[in-house]
Ligand binder design. Structure first.
Ligand code: SF4
Length: 232
């Protein structure tokens, strides 16, 4: 993961903490516990790219229903796997990547498991995951935080958009670069990073939507750059 060239200034760290606290009041405290086993999380997240949660779930369930085991998914004819996951966008590319990932994991580990990541230092685990085809920094950090409680911060489209509007990152910072920049604003505290991720996601779905943010209901207006520039 790229490292910020210099530490963030104190004011930005305080702002991130203020955002965190207000979102906690608005959307609650979410216990960090694995929601799915690591292989499931990895493959589901690969399926989720540019796909709704519902479609991702349908694609995953159909794949598991048709093939049963990870070995069978790996060995399925590409067109059959593509057909099974067609509810997800880009099914052929995803099917190809899933099979390559399974091939690599099973060959390397002797079985379809990524549980060994628990024992790896964070940087090494990120390096290993992002070396897999179809696995970027967002997928890697999501698997590491959600399944292994590692101190990383996944930046999805909501976290990215809201962080830009608030001014936690610059307007031109890419989602990929935002991973290191936002992480540097928080202590290495997995439950806190998890809460921030989940509550930014809720905020993005409920109020700070892409097209027309409902600022009139937002608890962050006085510290939001976008609001101050556009609606104050
Ligand atoms: S004030 Fe508006 S733009 Fe800023 S975070 Fe809240 S909803 Fe989003």
């Amino acid at each position: 993961m790229p490292v910020p060239l210099q530490p963030p200034d104190k004011a930005l760290i305080e702002k991130a903490s203020e955002v965190y606290q207000r979102l906690l009041v608005a959307y609650g405290d979410h216990p960090l516990k694995p929601r799915r086993e690591p292989m499931h999380e990895l493959v589901s997240t690969m399926l989720s790219h540019r796909t709704t949660e519902r479609e991702e779930q349908l694609a995953y369930d159909e794949m598991r229903r048709r093939f049963g085991t990870w070995e069978a998914v790996r060995d399925a004819p590409l067109e059959k796997l593509t057909e099974a996951i067609q509810k997800a966008n880009y099914p052929e590319a995803k099917a190809r990547n899933i099979q390559t990932v399974l091939q690599r994991i099973i060959t390397e580990r002797g079985e379809a498991t990524i549980d060994f990541l628990q024992e790896l230092p964070v940087e090494k685990a990120i390096e290993w995951l992002t070396d897999l085809p179809g696995v970027g920094i967002k997928t890697a950090t999501l698997v590491l935080l959600f399944c292994f409680s590692k101190p990383v911060l996944p930046v999805d489209t909501h976290v990215h958009r809201i962080s830009q509007r608030l001014g936690l990152i610059g307007p031109k910072v890419t989602a990929e670069k935002a991973h290191a920049l936002l992480l540097a604003l928080f202590p290495p505290d997995p439950p806190m990073l998890f809460n921030f991720h989940i509550n930014m996601l809720r905020h993005g779905q409920k109020l700070c939507t892409w097209q027309d943010p409902r600022c009139e209901k937002c608890p962050l207006t006085d510290i939001c750059n976008w609001y101050q520039e556009n609606r104050a």
